[in-house]
Write a new protein. Structure first.
Length: 439
């Protein structure tokens, strides 16, 4: 009878585990649909508000929104867009931006948008985040963070799910503001505004876009949490069995001791796993390089050496030129292969003392210990030439832009990083595939 009960329990555990995995793989989602009726104010604007002559008309249907634009070359960067205000209205034309939607729990967004107009048939989707740490609409009406992605809606006639991790913070937006490092990444914690706009490079003439659906979703339980739950369930069952075994057979001292030893081994394995996870949290999962958290100690160490021993310390921001185009043309898998190969190429051509990390997306950072500006610039020039001469996966040729800065004594880390970032921005503005140094 006891054997039969144990057999039933084992079968139940197996069935529950398989059922949980099946539910996860078939998809059990929490969704948030953005209604396109009158639930949220939807407003169309164009470059006319900045002195341009482009026009926009917005038509609301029962379950969709259409905006028609006539793009006219009277403004340097002509555009038109619609704004979907998710924050409650404070008074006519004024919104409570601090009361937006928290979209940070969602993993992806479904976009069903059709487009008619001149090529390229591209649109931009903005998720604007309000954070008092950097958003001050009284002094800067564009200070809400721009999390953006540019896409071709007609490539997916029935709509497409876009991963939120594929969104990037608009470089022109962050480049114009002194954003602390901890707020420079994607952020969806308080979203009062969604925007759908024409592409960065737009052809002149008439275009029309119809927004049929915007839906955010996530799995109710992530794969990691599901596996942890299954493991915990099995370990808990094993623990209950061991405790019952010890209670029933106290006189089997040696056997109980062996069971306890096995349990201690499991606990030790979990501690080792926890330690390994902590190490992984400081590494970029794709390239294996240090991430921002993994580089923080090196920033502190070099800064202290500069303060106490006047040891020079420089950083180099490295950005792969036109990387988004690589992803669009060759796919994200090829883009990942290039990121890995790019990181390996840089890493194999720097000093042992230097530290290379992935700053985010296609942007990397090189910490040059005991290096003044001239030495760091020389390193960057060497790497720039190596990258240009290298052939990357898919038989592709790429280039990179470099921004270099040397830390000044008493300078704040954020200001130091911002100078290097501005130098990188200048390198890209000057035509890319070059090195620019900060004064």
């Amino acid at each position: 009878m006891a054997f039969f009960n144990k057999y039933i329990a084992l079968v139940l555990l197996i069935i529950i585990s398989i059922l949980l995995l099946f539910i996860h793989n078939t998809g059990f989602y929490k969704t948030l649909n953005i209604p396109l009726d009158d639930s949220y104010p939807i407003i169309g604007i164009s470059d006319a508000v900045q002195g341009g002559e482009s026009t926009i008309e917005v038509e609301k249907n029962e379950d969709s929104v259409t905006f028609k634009c006539d793009i006219i070359a009277a403004y340097q960067w002509p555009y038109c867009e619609i704004k979907i205000h998710l924050a409650p209205i404070d008074k006519p034309g004024v919104y409570k931006h601090q009361q937006g939607l928290d979209l940070s729990e969602y993993d992806e967004v479904f976009l069903d948008i059709s487009y008619k107009g001149p090529k390229p048939e591209r649109l931009r989707f903005y998720i604007r985040n309000y954070n008092p740490a950097y958003s001050n609409l009284e002094s800067d009406d564009n200070s809400m963070k721009i999390n953006e992605i540019e896409f071709e809606p007609n490539s997916f006639p029935s709509g497409e799910y876009v991963q939120l991790r594929d969104f990037n913070v608009a470089s022109w937006w962050s480049g114009m503001r002194n954003i602390p490092p901890e707020f420079q990444g994607r952020e969806f914690t308080n979203v009062p505004l969604l925007e759908i706009a024409t592409a960065g490079l737009v052809e002149f003439g008439e275009m029309q876009a119809t927004v049929n659906e915007i839906t955010f979703r996530r799995l109710y339980i992530s794969k990691e949490n599901l596996l942890f739950t299954i493991i915990a369930m099995w370990l808990s069952s094993a623990l209950i069995y061991l405790i019952a075994k010890i209670g029933l057979y106290r006189y089997h001292f040696k056997k109980a001791k062996a069971s306890q030893a096995r349990l201690l081994e499991i606990m030790h394995a979990l501690k080792l796993e926890k330690s390994e996870i902590e190490k992984m949290s400081k590494r970029d999962s794709l390239t294996g390089l240090r991430n921002r958290a993994g580089l923080s100690n090196h920033f502190s160490e070099c800064s202290n050496q500069l303060t106490t021993n006047q040891v020079p310390f420089s950083i180099v921001f490295i950005d792969i030129d036109f990387f988004k185009k690589i992803n669009d043309v060759h796919g994200h898998n090829r883009g990942d292969d290039i990121l890995v190969a790019f990181a390996q190429t840089i890493h194999s051509n720097i000093r042992i003392a230097d530290r290379l990390g992935r700053w985010g997306g296609e942007e990397f950072i090189l910490i040059c210990k005991n290096s003044n500006l001239a030495r760091a610039v020389a390193t960057a020039e060497k790497l720039c030439a190596i990258i240009e001469s290298q052939t990357f996966p898919g038989d592709l040729k790429i280039t990179a832009s470099f921004g270099v800065a040397e830390m000044k004594e008493g300078e704040a880390t954020t200001a130091f990083i911002d100078r290097a970032d501005q130098a990188l921005y200048q390198a890209k503005s000057n035509g890319r595939n070059q090195v620019q140094a900060s004064d």
